[in-house]
Write a protein that binds this ligand. Structure first.
Ligand code: AMP
Length: 455
């Protein structure tokens, strides 16, 4: 999981890109990077760390130019190296010439890499973005124009990619035929073109008009203006429908973003309201979200029941996400550092506790322990998604099937281990009801129905 940004046509391109990346920091905190072109040279800076740490005033001052692409990277096991961070940059005889950053995972990466290596194309990383870039470079080296090279790429690669590609003078946006990951673009009042993973980044940059990059679409921005090439996705995919990642709505995206034709917060509120319909007779004292990811699910639930939301759990915002830490023990500790309870709040109370999802089951067990220690009499846990049973191959870093708690224990065992009085997940039917075009989504992590199989 990552976030991308592209800016074209502003003397402050690097600064704008950094602001956009900052708005997308929730999509990745492991490393970040930016490639900026002044029309002659593309300069690259990428480092482990947060956007504000890596892109200081001094760093931005070095990144001169009116075209920038940037990336924030999500931590994955075993690959925390600057080699794997993005953008990737390729040198040509006349200096650095092409840069690319991508969000999503390719399912035929291994096969494509073997094919490229057979043509003596070698790699610095095991990162999808580098493969996309080297494939494009090889096509161009063999005489293809850029658009032809991109179209050849789109015919060959399979998977999720919301991708920005820059030459010294042009910005390209490309998106996979299923538009699995979000990708939105627009223009500021002064004509600067911005593309981002999420619209919250466009808001930060005061982008007034905004649109989705179409599925299988290519958008070129250069001196002559904006060219939108709407490739017919049918040529590139086997399903008629898009396959947006439903988990973006449930958990990953910021609630103030709008994509896949929906306001993210509104989908979450609807999920909450649908769950509340099952609980008309529960009559809790408090409805408490696990902040921040479940706030809107819980507010939808609470307003459907006519009970005010209670912010009984407090989250320390400076710790970052606890989800993926190499060692389970570190993960356990960081959960404890991340959440605390209001004093004298839970004693003797009947609580509905709302979370967005259970993956390994680590986080929620710790939270329940905390609330119980604070004296809660009953805890009824409601989860705003079905059980996560399958890994994601399209860019969300879910653990292997064996690590997913729903594959280890049955629901009653999970309830007991979590220590709650009842445990109910959103059903698949309810999840489909929470969005306007349910067929346009991928639900593989819940139902194993993968739109693209792994090659
Ligand atoms: P756990 O069950 O301990 O693995 O953690 C699940 C919690 O982590 C969920 O409630 C989400 O808030 C969050 N979460 C779910 N999926 C992811 C993911 N792919 N990356 C990071 N955090 C996640």
């Amino acid at each position: 999981m990552c976030g991308i940004i592209g800016v074209y046509g502003s003397p402050e391109a690097a600064r704008l890109a950094a602001l956009g990346m900052f708005a997308e920091q929730h999509r990745g905190q492991e490393s970040c990077g930016m490639a900026v072109s002044d029309g002659h040279v593309i300069r690259l800076r990428k480092k482990m760390g947060l956007v504000k740490e890596v892109f200081t005033e001094e760093a931005l001052a070095e990144l001169k130019g009116s075209l920038a692409i940037g990336h924030v990277r999500y931590p994955t096991k075993g690959s925390a190296t600057a080699f794997n961070s993005q953008p990737h940059l390729l040198e040509t005889l006349s200096g650095p010439g092409f840069a690319l950053a991508s969000n999503g995972d390719l399912v035929n990466y291994q096969e494509m890499r073997a094919r490229l290596e057979a043509e003596s194309v070698y790699f610095n990383s095991d990162n999808d973005g580098e493969l996309l870039l080297r494939f494009l470079a090889l096509q161009m080296q063999n005489g293809a124009g850029i658009i032809d090279a991109i179209q050849a790429l789109m015919r060959e690669i399979k998977g999720a990619y919301s991708c920005v590609f820059a030459t010294r003078t042009e910005l390209y946006m490309l998106r996979d035929p299923y538009s699995i990951r979000p990708m939105v673009w627009g223009r500021t009042e002064d004509g600067t073109v911005v593309v981002a993973s999420e619209s919250c980044a466009l808001d930060t940059l005061n982008v007034c008009e905004r649109k989705e990059v179409p599925p299988a679409g290519i958008i070129r921005v250069n001196e002559s203006g904006i060219t939108i090439i709407e490739n017919d996705p049918k040529f590139y995919r086997s399903h008629d429908t898009d396959k947006h990642c439903i988990f973006e709505h449930i958990y990953f995206s910021r609630p103030d973003s709008h994509h896949f034709g929906e306001n993210v917060f509104a989908v979450r509120e609807k999920i909450g309201a649908l769950m509340a319909d099952n609980d008309k007779d529960l009559r809790p004292d408090y409805i408490v979200p696990v902040p921040d990811s479940s706030n809107f699910i819980a507010s939808g639930y609470a307003s459907r029941l006519g009970i005010p939301l209670s912010l009984g759990l407090i989250r320390n915002h400076y710790i970052g996400r606890t989800f993926i830490k190499p060692e389970q023990t570190i993960r356990d500790e960081s959960v404890r550092q991340k959440f605390n309870v209001l004093p004298n709040f839970f004693t003797g109370k009947k609580i509905v506790l709302i979370d967005d999802s259970i993956v390994r089951g680590t986080t929620i067990r710790k939270i329940v322990k905390l609330i119980k220690a604070a004296g809660a009499a009953e805890i009824h846990l409601r989860i705003g998604s079905p059980q996560v049973l399958n890994p994601c191959y399209y860019g969300i870093d879910t653990p292997s099937r064996e690590e997913l708690v729903a594959n280890i224990y049955d629901l009653e065992q999970i309830r007991q281990r979590t220590g709650v009085d009842s445990l109910v997940h959103l059903s698949m039917e309810q999840l489909r009801q929470a969005v306007d075009s349910p067929d346009d989504y991928c639900y593989a992590c819940f139902n194993g129905d993968y739109p693209l199989s792994r090659g």
